[in-house]
Design a protein around this ligand. Structure first.
Ligand code: NDP
Length: 254
C-alpha cells in the first residue's frame, strides 16, 4: 500500500549537494515536496534546483556553523511558514587509526556529523513543537551500530547520532514529533573523497579492481536506494514512527 502523500510537504535537506542527499531531493521533488536544500557547494545546489524545478530552493550552508543551519531553517519558514521534515544528511568520513591523533580531522568530523545534527534539531524543534507535528530524519550508518578499526571516530559520531535521535524520540513522542535514523551500509557516493587518507583510498581502489563485477554490484547500494527509504519513512501516517532503517547491500558482511 502506498502511504501518505509527500506532495506539498516542506522538507529541509542539509547535505543535499551530492550522493544520498541529492538523490533524496530528486525523488521527493518528483513526489511534489517543497524542498529547501543546503550544503557548501553552491554550483551543485544550483544545478540540482534547476533540475528539480521551482518547488526547490537552496541556500549555501555549512552545517558546522550554527548560524548557517539556523539560516536554512529560517529560509524554509519565511518561504513556506512551516517545516514538515528536517533531513540531517550532511556527513564526512575521514579514516585513520586513533594512534595517528588527527585532532583537526576529528574536530571537523564531530562538528559536521554531530554538532550539525544538533544545530538542526535545536532550531527545528521550537517550530515543530508549535506545529505539534514534525519529522526529523538523520542519516546514520551501519557504522553507528558496529565499530571497526581505522574508523573509530567516524563510528563514534554515528553512535552519538543514534543516541541523540533515540533521545529525541523519547523526549518528543508526546508532542507529535517523530525521529528516524536511516542507517545505510556501503553506498556509491562521493563520501570516499572525504577519507583524507591517500594510502587507504589507494588500497580500496586496488581492492575494488580485484572484485568481480557481479559481486561488486551486490556490495554497494545506490544513493537512490537510500532515498527510497527516506521517502517511505515520510509516507508513514502520524501514528507510525520508524526509528531505524538499516539498509545493507546484499553482499555486505558487517
Ligand atoms: P557525499 O559525500 O556524496 O554527500 C555528503 C553530503 O554532505 C554532501 O551534500 C556534502 O555537501 C554534505 N556536507 C559535508 N560536509 C558538510 C558541511 N560542513 N556543511 C554542509 N554540508 C556538508 O556522501 P553520502 O551521500 O554518502 O553521505 C551522506 C550521508 O550518508 C553522510 O552522513 C554519511 O556519513 C552517510 N553514510 C554514507 C554511507 C556511504 O557508504 N556512502 C554509508 C552510511 C552512511 P558539500 O560538500 O557541498 O557541503
Amino acid at each position: 500500500m502506498i502511504g501518505l502523500s509527500i506532495k506539498d510537504k516542506v522538507v529541509v535537506i542539509v547535505g543535499a549537494s551530492s550522493g544520498i542527499g541529492a538523490a533524496t531531493a530528486r525523488l521527493l521533488g518528483e513526489k511534489g515536496a517543497k524542498l529547501v536544500l543546503g550544503a557548501r557547494r553552491e554550483s551543485r545546489l544550483k544545478e540540482l534546483v534547476a533540475e528539480i524545478g521551482n518547488q526547490a530552493l537552496y541556500q549555501v550552508t555549512d552545517v558546522a556553523k550554527e548560524e548557517d543551519v539556523k539560516g536554512l531553517i529560517d529560509l524554509a519558514m519565511s518561504e513556506y511558514g512551516r517545516i514538515d521534515v528536517l533531513y540531517n544528511n550532511a556527513g564526512i568520513m575521514p579514516r585513520e587509526f586513533l594512534r595517528e591523533a588527527k585532532f583537526a580531522n576529528w574536530e571537523k568530523e564531530l562538528q559536521t556529523n554531530v554538532m550539525g545534527v544538533l544545530y538542526g534539531i535545536g532550531h527545528a524543534l521550537p517550530i515543530m513543537r508549535k506545529q505539534k507535528d514534525g519529522l526529523i530524519i538523520t542519516t546514520d550508518s551501519v557504522a553507528g551500530h558496529v565499530v571497526y578499526p581505522e574508523s573509530v571516530v567516524y563510528n563514534g559520531t554515528k553512535y552519538a547520532v543514534r543516541a541523540i535521535m533515540e533521545g529525541l524520540r523519547q523526549e518528543e513522542r508526546l508532542h507529535g514529533i517523530r525521529s528516524t535514523i536511516v542507517s545505510p551500509g556501503s553506498v556509491g557516493t562521493e563520501l570516499m573523497k572525504t577519507i583524507d587518507n591517500p594510502e587507504m583510498e589507494k588500497a580500496m581502489a586496488e581492492m575494488m579492481k580485484t572484485i568481480s563485477p557481479e559481486y561488486a554490484r551486490m556490495n554497494v547500494l545506490d544513493p537512490e536506494d537510500v532515498a527510497n527509504a527516506v521517502a517511505y519513512v515520510i509516507e508513514q501516517p502520524k501514528h507510525v514512527t520508524i526509528s531505524d532503517m538499516i539498509i545493507r547491500p546484499t553482499a555486505q558482511e558487517v
